[in-house]
Design a binder for this molecule. Sequence first.
Ligand code: UTP
Length: 657
Amino acid sequence: MRLTLLAVLWTAASAFGVHSPKERRAAFGMLSATVNKKDVVTTENLALLSPRGRDAVERLIAFDLEGHQAHVYKNWPAAGEDDHGKQQLAEQLADLDASYPGGLSAYLSKAKKLLQESADGVNPFDEYEAVVPEGEVLKFGEESFRQAEQIGLAASKDVVFCLVAGGLGERLGYSGTKLSLETNLCDNASYLEFYCQYILALQHRARQSDSSVKIPLVIMTSGDTDAATRQLLLEQKYFGMDPQQVSIVTQDKVPALKDGFAGLAMDDRWTVQTKPHGHGDVHHLLYREGLVDQWEKEGKTHVIFLQDTNALVVNSVLPTLGVSIQKEFHMNSICIPRLAGEAAGAIARLEHKTDPDKSLVINVEYNQLDPLLRTQGDGDVADPNTGYSPFPGNANNLVIEMKSYARTLRGEDQGVVLEFVNPKYKDATRTEFKKPTRLECMMQDIPKLFQKEMKQEANIGFTMFDRWYTFSPAKNALEAGQEAVNAGSSAPGTMSSAESDMYIQNQHKLQSVGVDLPVTSDDDLIKAGGIPVTPGPRIILSPAFALISDDLKTVEGPMKVTRRSSLVLSGHNVKIQQLELDGALVVKVGPNTHLTIDGLSITNKGWELQELDPSKDYPETVRIRGYTMAKHETAEYVIDEPGHFVLDASGVIRKAE
Ligand code: UTP
């Protein structure tokens, strides 16, 4: 029926001699404006609905002058038939109305405009020129890095962490919450556990000068991840955090849209299809829940936004915070070197050609960067001196200064970042979609709001680190990773590559303080589950053991680790005078335990990666990683007792004299 109507309108539009997509849409709008409003919901049907449901339906009808939503409210069966469905739809419309700032009509109006611009191929950067913005490039081990890290450490007692974790993780293909996945198979810490460990380590350090410090963590969940995240926190007793310091804000899904007129897509007659809105929701939610106001009052100075499955990012949190303080950045994006043409967003300064107030520093998606740069030169090409794009690659973890953030969020947009649409069109007429689309928003687009509120005062920059040090997210399913590797990628983004990169990063750290160990180069990588990974040594240094680079100096004397070894070091006060390892060693000490390892030499069968047996069934978490870890033999020392202890050649822990 609907198809017939469309076909009639389409033929009519053609008959009027309108052929461009724009003309066709205008003609369609004109014709569909004649939808007969007599057919709208009858009084008897309206009487079935709750007051809020009725209001929502009536609002939709009143808004829908052109009849693009007629399929939602027209031709309802008479009262008595399908009443439950009608009520359910009305309640859902009321929910959608309430959850979007400005209501469903605001959402649909924005969507229509953006869909029109998308179909017309409007270039959002028409009036801009891109230049490389101001920022800092820091290298682990260099003095500028150390200084920034120290400044960050001194300021860390006043930060707040925000973890955006509402994503479905379709690419990873995991049915549970990504935060529950294990970062590695040596200490088996989940992503959420690891982030909590990091925050607790920072807090512990800050409490040495101020015992009242409590560093808040906010997790943004969505309908897809909320229950599992809450359950994980409860089951694991908040990973040692005070439940009072953890809050959860939940983002809502938004209506899916079936056509270029923002017609609501339906799952069935009585259910509007909804889809995730993107991590850009986080800013409005933090504002709406009053958290930003509260933090500002409490004297918190920065919010640090992290993503769900990139454990390496914690390395760069403090130096980035330090740079934010040094350069008085209102917003600072953690970046990595970007290859020219790489499918990664870049941070750019967009100079407005006529109005300096409209200039801003912001992420530009890779598919927009090349066309923009072509209007000014050769396009997205490498700098011949570095071999990389001159524009830093956005790893999309942000440090935002609190006062300017609060001021920006109090502006008229209330933190609702500019949305975009990305429909996949069926054909060149750009009117019909392959599947429903929706408005999306990204947290890195907040600079548009900073610029709106603060004009040229907005000071936004970046801090760039080596990729090995800060960026190895687990985003892709094993099969997708294998395909990427076969196509020549060195960053498959799987659970296994993220785990391997964690070990390699710790190899680098220990090597920097003179530990005798092989650091894995690209040529050394072996394949596990089809993904190149380190052959070892597998090293996990907990955030408490090495919160900052200077902490590595607790390795004071000779230390040797062979390639086949696995090592876990955890605790604030572990000092190494002398250690040799050829096998597996786990040392975990409590927050007030001081342990010196002096003369310990361990040789045992150790641990081994084992490929999966294709004839066997494995749990989902194992399948997506592609291997298991056989722990044949382990030397394990766990001590919680406060005090000073020594672990020497005897292999026995004794009290220090
Ligand atoms: P990703 O790009 O990893 O997307 O999100 P995703 O939705 O989680 O995974 P795919 O695309 O379905 O495979 C980057 C970060 O943003 C969060 C994710 O949880 C992740 O930390 N995110 C994403 C949200 O919080 N909300 C969203 O609507 C989308």
